[in-house]
Each structure stands twice: as structure tokens, then as C-alpha cells.
Design a protein. Structure first.
Lengths: 395, 344
């Protein structure tokens, strides 16, 4: 008896599923252009993801007759039962005809999903599979040359530090994060040498990695703890390399207790607002104008499956209509420090100050660049190690 | 079954559900959104296409397997909160296999299933040893082992099994195609994974209803001391129950790697080990109701992301709906038993 009951239930279930599956909805919204944006963190994280969210809003405003759908917190911790493929299926159902996946973490999955939708242009931000050949033809890669923003951040840190020790709160370890941490170090070293007439050999630069782009309790190290530990070890300027704002929050708390510490957040233009009085500035992404260009290109069917690595607009890196990479100066900088920083930015712009230029060794002491040699884009993009003089894990 | 019985049973199912809907409605209204639109989006998001039905089917697989396992331990009176760890152990063992050897699908797929089953069973035995010989309550043994399992998973993903380009939350490198469970057409549903889950729940149903062992487990569950006096080796059967549950849950974890994610990721279980506890409670510890409850949970899970895409509501509202159904079920059940006791 019971057995038959169970069979009936199973059949019933199947029928319900069959019936309901018929009630589809179709979204036809005329000429309106719909693009989908997949965010790895919360859309309001005051960091990486919020910068992308704002860019999507900016693009809608500029383009007209366009709309975007987004899903944030797409990662294994926040949405353990959601795959990127499911997210993008949903977006396509909502009418999206272009998709931007905005995290390094989506690299492999974007390849798989893009192959499933060959007619939809995908832009994978910060990856390089379009260049390495791992990606199908409908994926383009896009990234900003944030190494300049990081170098300016490193410079600001070096101008300010009283203890001669700078801490870098790093996310996970890969070529992008090694590149950015190293750029911050190079900027710091240059400015310590050039403008403070101190010996860069005496500058400590400590990188502590938390394990992911933001805190995931039980999985990553807690960036709040990592920031605190760095300060306890004698660091007085924290440079954040992660998506979220813990470094400046911790520096703010310690400053409230009377300590002389400062911080440099990352990614998002308004990140200093967390605690302006300890903020030396923020290197940030201004993705909006690039989004407009990428979307218009895709709309015309002219996306070409390349890796594009866009430099700051050197005439004014904070030109919101033009520059992808910028640097907001923080309230904690003195006028003199600002002037020096402007000098450094001008020297970067003119090419007088160079970042990855020899003599330069890798962290293990092996030679990277001979005296006067400049690194190629590929060498910078694929940086295999941190640099000599930096403390912290390379792999 | 009398009409009154039927009415009672229906009440037990419908009233908690209705109360949960009311609760969710209040929350949605408080958020300033339209509840009808919200529920419509969840249902539409879950059933708008065959692809979605396939997703629901696959979301049901781990939950069915974990719940099937829990039915066995619940029958023996065990609060086996360690199902989550048993799923992890299955996923880890399967990944270890994939990291260690290569072979054609005909070899790798059966081996991957066996590895998952063995990993989960072993984990169950460990909890059993702690309980039977260590005198540790299975709730704490299981919970402790869950944390061990999750730490071990993270260590392996960020350590020995990390991809060449660097360790990341997105897990290991994808498995070779030989270890992908076969799919139905272009959907994401794997018929083999589904089949294994359906067979599992059916077998557990039969074990508990028709076999000597099912009877023994129930006797232990009702009164272990009395069962022991009657000559039942309770320790042995408790171990076996935990092992059987572990085997099923381990298979669930294994299929998460071979049929859904095609690699090992942190939180590979998707919390299904914990969700299974709710499923089994909500089904009144009866195997025949488990698929229906699992279908409900899976539908909400697949449908609710659309709340965000269309309405900017947090999709964890789906979780509120799931959780409140269980709470109200327990509440209604409790009230009913109290009233029943008073009437007597």
C-alpha cells in the first residue's frame, strides 16, 4: 500500500513539473539593449564590485535605450548552489545580449558559458584567455593598467611613513596580484629614494595575502586581523589590494586610539569616505567610459576577441569621462606631500619615472631586468614572483 | 486511513506552508515589494523552461541522497548532524581519485562513485567510533567532524590541489571530461546522477519498511536499552547506520563534483547536509514524503535568484521561506501533540 502511495507521489511530482514547465514567460522588450553584469562581491562593497556596478549605471545613462541586469555575490561562499552558467542563463532569459563577467575568478567558467552562447559577446574583465587562446572567439578581455595607480599609492605611502614600514593587504596570489603589489613597492621605493632622500634599502614592504578578493569566514584569513597584525608588526601605512575596505577601517580604529597610522584603500573612487582622516588616497577604477565603449563595440558586432589593457589618461588621470585608472588624494596628505605626489604622477606621465625598469631582481634573487632594461607588457602581466626587497609569499 | 487521519495529515502539511507564505509576504511587504510578483518570480524562475526543470532535478540529487542517509540514522534515533562532513568526505575522496589517476570514462565514472561512497562511509564510521567507543554524543562528534572536513577541503584547494595559475575560491582545475557524469542532451541534468539518487531513496524506503535491519534500527531508535536487552548488538548497528548514511551522503558529495561543478570548490556540499536535516524533519521521517519536500526546496532554490534579477530583492528570501516552513511545521506539530495530550 505504502509503496504504491510513494509511486503515486512520484508520478504526481513528475506531472506537476511537466505542467509548470510549460508556463514560460518571454521577454521581448523591443529595441532596448540589455547587458548583463556578473559581480563577484556585493554591489555596494565600496570596492571592486561597486565600481563595476556604478559603471553599468553610467553606461545606461550614456547609451540611452539600454538596461542592465546584474547579479552580485556570485561566488562559492555566498551562493554555494549557483554556477556562473545558471546566472548567465537567467540573464540571457531576461533579454541580455551582452555579458560582462567582472572577476578573475570567472575566467574558466566564462570560457565554458561563452562557448554555449557563441552569438553573445562576452567581456571578461581582468583575465587573459582571449590572448592565451583558451577562450572562444566571442570573449574579449579588458583590464586597466592599475600598476600605475598602485605605484602612486606606494609613493603616497612612502612619503608618509614614519616607521619606514609599509604593509600590503593582498587578496589571493596570482600574476595580477603579484603585479599590483610589486607596482606599489616600486612606487614606494622610487619616492622613498627620490623625494625623502632616504635609502630605499631601509624601507620595509610587507605583503600579507588573505586568500581571496574579500573575507570569507572560515576560508580566507580575516582581513581585519591581517591589517591589525601588520600594524602590530610596525607598519604604519596599509595599502589595500583586496576588494573591500577592512584596511582603512582598521587603520581608522587604531588612529582613534591615538596611533599614527594611515591607509590607502582600493578600487572605488569614494573608498576614502570610510575614514577620510587616515586616508592617503585611493587608486580606483573608473570603468564607466570603458563600459560605454565596450558595449557600443559589441552592439555593432565589432568585438574582436582581444585582450585590451588600457592606460590611464595621463593628461588628467582623474578625468571621469576619459581615464580608466585614477587616484583620489586623501585628506591625510599634507600640501607638501600632495605637491610631491603630483610631481611623481607627472614624471610617470612623461616617462621620466618608469616602473618595471632594471636593474631589478625577483624575490628569490634571480635576475629579472638588467640595468636599464624595460619589462615588456607580457613580462609585467605574467609576473611570476614578487620582487627582491619585498617580504611575503610569491606563490 | 480514516478521513480524520487524512485531514490531520493534510493540515500538518498545509498549515505550516500557509503560515510560511504569510511570513514571507509580510517580509516582502516590509521591503516595499509586491509579494504576488515575488512569488510569481520564484515559481516562474523555477519552471520557465526545461533547462530550469533540469536544474531543479540536479538540485534535488544531493539533497535526496543526504536525506536518504539521514532517514537511516534518524530511524536508529541518531541526530546525525555530521552528514555535511560525510558529503565532504565523498567529494574529497572523488577529487583525490581524479587527482591521482587517469582513465577512460567507463573506468573513471564507476570508480568516482565508489570513491565517494567509500569516503562518506569512512567518515560515518569515524563518527560512529567517536560515539560508540569514545562516548562522544553523535551531534558533537558529527559537528566537530564537519569543521574538520571543511578545513581539510580548504587546505587541499588552497594547497596541494590548487590550479597552476594560483589558488582561488573557484576551486581546483576542472576535472577531465572522462569524470563528468553523462548529461541529458544540452541540459545540465545528468541522468546517471538522478538515477542514483532515486534508487537510493527507494532502497532506503524498502530497507526501513520491509527488512529485518529496518526493524532493528527502529527498535534501537525507540529504545536502545530495551533493544540491547533483547539481544540486539546496538553498537554494531549504530555503526552500520552511520556508515550507510555516510555512504549515501558521500555519494551526494561526490556527485556535486562530477555532475554539477566538475571540480572541487570550497563549500562543495552547498549546505545540503544541513538542509537535509530540515527535509527529513519536514517529511516526518518518512521516505515517501522526502521527494516532495526535496522538490519544494530545490524549486525555491532555483527560482529565487530571479528575485534579484527582476526585483532587486535578496534571493536569501527563498531561504527564509524554506526555513519558516520547517519552523512552522515543528510548531504546528508540537501544538497538535499538546492538544492531543490534553484531549486524552
Amino acid at each position: 500500500m505504502r509503496g504504491r502511495g510513494a509511486a503515486k507521489i512520484l508520478v504526481g511530482l513528475l506531472l506537476v513539473a511537466l505542467l509548470l514547465s510549460g508556463c514560460g514567460t518571454s521577454g521581448g522588450s523591443g529595441e532596448e539593449f540589455v547587458f548583463g553584469v556578473v559581480l563577484v562581491g556585493p554591489y555596494n562593497d565600496h570596492g571592486w564590485s561597486e565600481a563595476h556596478y556604478r559603471a553599468a549605471e553610467y553606461a545606461v545613462e550614456k547609451l540611452g535605450n539600454a538596461r542592465f541586469v546584474y547579479l552580485d555575490k556570485v561566488n562559492a561562499a555566498d551562493r554555494p548552489n549557483t554556477t556562473l552558467e545558471q546566472v548567465i542563463d537567467d540573464m540571457v532569459n531576461e533579454g541580455a545580449t551582452m555579458i560582462l563577467t567582472t572577476s578573475d575568478d570567472f575566467a574558466a567558467d566564462t570560457d565554458v558559458v561563452a562557448a554555449k552562447y557563441p552569438d553573445i559577446p562576452f567581456v571578461h574583465i581582468s583575465g587573459d584567455h582571449a590572448k592565451t587562446g583558451a577562450a572562444p572567439a566571442n570573449i574579449a578581455n579588458f583590464m586597466g593598467r592599475m600598476e600605475y595607480g598602485k605605484a602612486i599609492a606606494g609613493c603616497a605611502a612612502a612619503l608618509k611613513t614614519q616607521t619606514g614600514a609599509i604593509g600590503y593587504v593582498g587578496p589571493l596570489i596570482n600574476s595580477e596580484t603579484r603585479r599590483l603589489a610589486s607596482a606599489a613597492y616600486l612606487g614606494a621605493r622610487y619616492c622613498y629614494d627620490t623625494y625623502r632622500s632616504s635609502d630605499a634599502q631601509d624601507l620595509r614592504f610587507v605583503v600579507n595575502w588573505i586568500g581571496f578578493w574579500f573575507n570569507i569566514p572560515g576560508v580566507t584569513l580575516d582581513p581585519t586581523d591581517v591589517s591589525g597584525d601588520l600594524i602590530n608588526s610596525g607598519v604604519d601605512v596599509l595599502i589595500s589590494g583586496i576588494d573591500t575596505t577592512e584596511a582603512i577601517v582598521v587603520a581608522g580604529q587604531r588612529a582613534d586610539r591615538g596611533e599614527q597610522v594611515w591607509a590607502i584603500p582600493y578600487d572605488f573612487e569614494d573608498a576614502c569616505s570610510v575614514k577620510p582622516e587616515v586616508c592617503l588616497g585611493t587608486p580606483y577604477f573608473n570603468w564607466g567610459p570603458s563600459y560605454v565603449r565596450l558595449i557600443e563595440r559589441a552592439r555593432k558586432g565589432e568585438q574582436d576577441g582581444q585582450l585590451e589593457w588600457e592606460a590611464p589618461y595621463w593628461k588628467d588621470i582623474n578625468d571621469s569621462e576619459r581615464s580608466l585608472v585614477g587616484f583620489v588624494e586623501g585628506d591625510a596628505l599634507t600640501q607638501e606631500e600632495r605637491d610631491t605626489l603630483h610631481q611623481y604622477i607627472a614624471d610617470l606621465a612623461s616617462g621620466k619615472a618608469k616602473l618595471f625598469v632594471g636593474p631589478l631582481n625577483y624575490q628569490d634573487g634571480s635576475s629579472f631586468l638588467a640595468d636599464g632594461a624595460e619589462a615588456t607588457d607580457d613580462e609585467i602581466w605574467n609576473l611570476p614572483q614578487l620582487l627582491e626587497g619585498m617580504e611575503g609569499a610569491s606563490n | 486511513m480514516t478521513v480524520r487521519d487524512l485531514a490531520r495529515k493534510l493540515g500538518l502539511g498545509v498549515i505550516p506552508f500557509a503560515l510560511a507564505v504569510v511570513t514571507s509576504t509580510v517580509i516582502i511587504l516590509a521591503l516595499g515589494a509586491n509579494p504576488i510578483e515575488a512569488f510569481g518570480n520564484v515559481i516562474g524562475g523555477a519552471y520557465e523552461s526545461w533547462a530550469k526543470v533540469a536544474d531543479i532535478a540536479m538540485a534535488m540529487v544531493p539533497l535526496l541522497l543526504a536525506s536518504a542517509g539521514m532517514l537511516i540514522t534518524f530511524a536508529a534515533g541518531l541526530w546525525n548532524i555530521g552528514v555535511e562532513g560525510q558529503m565532504l568526505a565523498g567529494a574529497l575522496m572523488t577529487t583525490w581519485l581524479v587527482e591521482s589517476i587517469e582513465g577512460p570514462a567507463a573506468v573513471m565514472l564507476p570508480l568516482s562513485v565508489l570513491a565517494g561512497v567509500a569516503g562518506g562511509a569512512l567518515w560515518g564510521v569515524l563518527i560512529g567510533l567517536l560515539r560508540v567507543y569514545g562516548g562522544v554524543n553523535e551531534i558533537f562528534a558529527g559537528l566537530g567532524m564537519n569543521f574538520v572536513g571543511s578545513a581539510l577541503t580548504n587546505y587541499l584547494i588552497f594547497g596541494p590541489w590548487k590550479p597552476e595559475r594560483g589558488a582561488t575560491m573557484s576551486g581546483t582545475d576542472p576535472f577531465p571530461l572522462e569524470v563528468w557524469m553523462p548529461m541529458i542532451g544540452h541540459t545540465r541534468a545528468s541522468w546517471l546522477a538522478l538515477l542514483l539518487a532515486i534508487v537510493a531513496i527507494a532502497v532506503v524506503f524498502i530497507i526501513l519498511r520491509d527488512t529485518q535491519w529496518g526493524l532493528v534500527l527502529k527498535a534501537i531508535g525507540l529504545n536502545p536499552v530495551a533493544a540491547n536487552r533483547m539481544g540486539v548488538n546496538t553498537n554494531r548497528h549504530l555503526m552500520l547506520a552511520l556508515m550507510a548514511c555516510g555512504a549515501l551522503a558521500g555519494l551526494g558529495g561526490s556527485l556535486q563534483t562530477t555532475a554539477i561543478y566538475h571540480r572541487l570548490i570550497p563549500q562543495i556540499t552547498g549546505g545540503n547536509g544541513y538542509l537535509a536535516q530540515l527535509v527529513v524533519l519536514l517529511s516526518g521521517l518518512r521516505a515517501q514524503w522526502v521527494p516532495l519536500v526535496v522538490l519544494f526546496f530545490a524549486s525555491v532554490q532555483v527560482g529565487s535568484p530571479r528575485l534579484e534579477l527582476r526585483m532587486q530583492l535578496d534571493s536569501s528570501l527563498g531561504g527564509v521561506l524554506q526555513g519558516s516552513v520547517v519552523l512552522f511545521y515543528l510548531l504546528v506539530n508540537g501544538v497538535r501533540q499538546r492538544l492531543g495530550a490534553r484531549n486524552r
